[in-house]
Design a protein around this ligand. Structure first.
Ligand code: ADP
Length: 419
């Protein structure tokens, strides 16, 4: 049996996962509800090595499991029973892993959890007390946190001794200066947790960790990272640490996104509630699922569709223009927070793949001294500027690798002998 580290990113009706080979000095495998874990082998640990990635979609409906290898070849495409939920999906996946290519046994699970509140500035091994603390944060991220926590409960039930580690989207921003985390609200509101947390932290932590591969001085520089996907935000990195970011209390703040509005005058929400007759749930739905690129274009939340129609569909053009305009303005704000800029990094589905958006953003930020290298941009980078001004790069993000590293770090720490 090959020890496997399972990385989970759970949504309401989907379960994204990646499987890494888990090399540990002494490792245990866990079978569902087995009383005694089995100590299997000794091996030196290297960086987590990715084996598979996959998805269970349409949970609760007609779920389907797809697994691909590192090169993207499909290894499994299976239907689960109608109505199967997260628990069935996890058991099915564990069974598939046990049966596949020499057999993989679960040795640890890492979870992407959107909110770690103020308590967690890094990954944490989950026990009952941690889980209770994370459940207290559900009101801060009601659309994501419950779905992220459900698999943790399931794994605790099915594999009671299997080590689980939670890795948070908020954690990377916890060391920001206090002014960057405060709203101008009465102190009692701040004390009750109404403050800027920031998200996409796993992506930014990954980007910060690989900057050195793109330029020896970059890890010590002033960098604005732009995670542009269905969710979108910017983060100011000073010497690899987050000092400001565009998302705040919720993942609704900052840039317009696929279906989310981004920053909005709070007065608009009161107007929706009082004058337009929406109840809070309807207003929330509108701002999370019917706004952003979708709402403005009246066409799609998908940048590929908008680009394909931009020449003929005024809504598509308007949505792209607003997206780029807002990114340009927010870059200005983060450059002010950094006191200058040495590099801009594009990542996420749009940032990594859409050369037109990158070119438009660099034109909007030309005041900062960027000179676009059209050919390099069309080729996907990595460096897409030339000349003496600040540089721009395309760097693919890897949030799952960050979670795998987090799991290893937490479990290694636990294994250190006490002094
Ligand atoms: P999520 O935030 O859900 O992880 P992604 O990071 O996968 O989302 O980004 C999804 C976005 O990336 C969509 O708007 C999609 O259109 C866009 N995208 C993906 N590939 C391309 C491409 N080749 N050209 C333009 N946009 C792309």
């Amino acid at each position: 049996m090959i020890p496997a580290l399972l990385v989970l990113n759970a949504g309401s009706s989907s379960l994204k996962f990646q499987v890494f080979e888990f090399q540990v000095s002494e490792f245990q495998v866990f079978e569902p509800q087995a009383s005694e874990p089995q100590v299997l082998e000794s091996a030196a640990r290297g960086a987590p090595h990715r084996l598979f990635r996959g998805l269970v979609e349409d949970l609760g409906g007609s779920p389907r499991l797809t697994v691909r290898d590192r090169a993207g070849a499909v290894l499994a495409d299976e239907r689960l029973g109608a109505g199967a939920g997260h628990e069935d999906a996890l058991l099915h996946l564990a069974g598939w892993l046990r049966a596949h290519r020499g057999g993989h046994a679960l040795a640890a699970v890492g979870h992407r959890v959107v909110h770690g509140g103020l308590a967690y500035g890094g990954p944490v091994r989950v026990d009952e007390a941690v889980l209770r603390e994370l459940e207290r944060l559900v009101p801060l991220a009601p659309l994501h946190q419950p779905h992220n926590l459900e698999p943790i409960r399931i794994v605790r039930r099915q594999f009671p001794d299997l080590p689980q580690v939670a890795c948070f989207d908020t954690a990377f921003h916890r060391d920001q200066p206090e002014v960057a985390q405060l709203f101008a609200l009465p102190q009692e509101m701040t004390a009750r947790g109404v403050r800027r947390y920031g998200f996409h932290g796993l992506s930014y932590a990954y980007i910060a960790s690989v900057l050195g591969a793109y330029g020896p001085a970059l890890p010590r520089s002033r960098v604005v990272a732009a995670h542009l996907g269905n969710g979108a935000s910017l983060c100011a990195l000073d010497g690899g640490r987050s000092v400001a970011t565009t998302m705040g209390f919720s993942a609704l703040d900052g840039l317009p996104m696929g279906t989310r509005a981004g920053s909005l005058d709070a007065g608009v929400v009161f107007y929706m509630l009082r004058e337009m007759g929406l109840d809070p749930d309807e207003a929330e739905q509108l701002l999370y699922t019917r706004s952003g690129l979708l709402g403005v274009s009246g066409l799609s939340n998908d940048m590929r569709t908008l680009r394909a129609r931009a020449a003929t569909h005024p809504g598509a053009r308007r949505a792209i223009d607003l997206f780029v305009y807002r990114i340009g303005r927010e870059i200005g704000s983060l450059v002010a927070a950094l006191g200058g800029i040495d590099a801009l990094v594009f990542t996420g589905g749009i940032g990594e793949n859409d050369a037109a958006t990158r070119a438009e953003v660099l034109r909007a930020a030309a005041w900062a001294g960027f000179t676009l290298d059209e050919a390099a941009n069309a080729a996907g980078g990595p460096r897409i500027t030339r000349g003496p001004g600040p540089a721009a790069f395309v760097i693919p993000t890897d949030e799952e690798a960050m979670i795998a590293r987090g799991v290893c770090a937490v479990l290694d720490e636990a294994r250190q002998p006490a002094l």
